[in-house]
Design a binder for this molecule. Structure first.
Ligand SMILES: *Cc1c(COP(=O)(O)O)cnc(C)c1O
Length: 353
């Protein structure tokens, strides 16, 4: 293969992600599109310079791959034989895939019946040992922390700093594209690892003189799972956006610090607002993202309605995961296809052009 071909975030950003070549475990993640979305902006706030960072185009369909390539590479460097995580779905998909690539045993603990179908299918296909608990994500994380403490198994949740180091590369890519940081960066917040990682990335580039500015970070939780906004743990988090159905975020403190250091905010959006943006995205931008991802756009819509933005403001929304992960929600929130006899006349009679 030619030396210039793209080979994943570790080789692309070697200085920020130090590791010996022989330990690199990669599926060539990263280098995702940063798509201008003028038609979507027109629907939200005309004049907004809106971009979508589509992390659904990573190898397992979410941004978790950026963290997982580095966390699994570091686990291999350490000589670990097994990795484990708790997950609302995408972390388990990424752990299962990178673990399979590295030849490691993978254990994933998930809340029973609360994982989008596509994500469960990924963990199973890659051969992870999948344990479903009769409880929520927060309980799954407590259990896996005990497991990691009592065994030689490497914990690959976002409490592992290598995850955040990998995930900061999305901010590098955005700054490399614009040759500076945007004014605003919006993203969904679950465990708050990603908002922490992006900010770390923007700060690193700023410190290295690769950007003359830093963005205000705009984080959005789902209203039924908004502990950071409420200022208290949510015992039974509920939202259609399963990837951010988290009541006690692992990176809670750092999320508050990111909010304050960046002069940004963390707010909540309702499931109705999330689903409306889920459809707006698919129809006006051409990107099909999962419901949790649409929380970033829903938050921008909400702020725009409050008069937050002015024309020309540059906003990047991270679309954290692919819509194909969760076909059930897509179908439940769309008009159903019509069924007709196999007869051209009848078919043509109902098509309006
Ligand atoms: C993990 C995930 C999130 C939440 O990210 P945190 O780092 O936990 O805040 C949001 N959207 C999707 C699709 C995810 O998989």
């Amino acid at each position: 293969m030619s030396g210039s071909a793209y080979q994943g975030i570790i080789r692309r950003y070697r200085d920020a992600l130090p590791i010996a070549e022989e330990h690199i475990v990669t599926l060539h993640e990263g280098n995702t599109p940063l798509l201008p979305a003028p038609q979507l902006a027109e629907q939200i706030f005309p004049g907004l310079d809106l971009y979508l960072k589509f992390e659904g185009l990573n190898p397992t369909g979410s941004f978790k791959d950026r963290g997982m390539t580095y966390a699994v590479s570091k686990a291999v460097e350490k000589g670990a034989q097994a990795i484990a995580c708790a997950s609302t779905g995408n972390t388990s998909a990424a752990a299962a895939a990178y673990g399979a690539r590295a030849g490691l045993k993978v254990v994933v603990i998930i809340p029973a019946g609360k994982i989008a179908l596509g994500k469960l299918s990924q963990a199973l296909m890659h051969g992870a040992q999948v344990i479903q608990i009769e409880g929520n994500f927060d309980q799954a994380l407590e259990i896996v922390r005990v497991l990691a403490n009592e065994s030689h198994c490497e914990l690959v949740n976002s409490v592992n700093p290598n995850r955040l180091m990998g995930q900061q590369t999305a901010a590098f890519e955005i700054c490399d594209y614009f040759a500076e940081a945007p004014q605003y960066h919006a993203l969904p917040v679950g465990n708050a690892g990603n908002i922490t990682a992006y900010w770390q990335g923007y700060e690193t580039y700023f410190a290295q003189g690769k950007s003359t500015c830093k963005p205000q970070m705009l984080g959005f939780q789902a209203e039924g799972a908004s502990p950071i906004v409420k200022g208290e743990i949510v015992k039974n988090p509920e939202t259609v956006a399963s990837a951010i159905r988290i009541g006690n975020p692992a990176n809670w403190e750092s999320a508050l610090k990111v909010r304050d250091d960046s002069g940004g905010l963390i707010d909540a959006v309702t499931d109705t607002e999330i689903l409306a943006s889920y459809q707006l995205l698919a129809r006006y931008a051409g990107y099909f993202a999962e419901p949790a991802s649409a929380a970033s756009v829903a938050g921008v819509v909400k702020l725009a309605q409050q008069g937050f933005f002015k024309a020309g403001d540059r906003v990047v929304c991270t679309l954290t995961g692919h819509g194909l992960k969760d076909p059930d929600n897509a179908i439940a929130n769309s008009p159903q296809p019509q069924t007709l006899p196999a007869d051209a006349k009848q078919v043509l009679s109902v098509i309006k052009l």
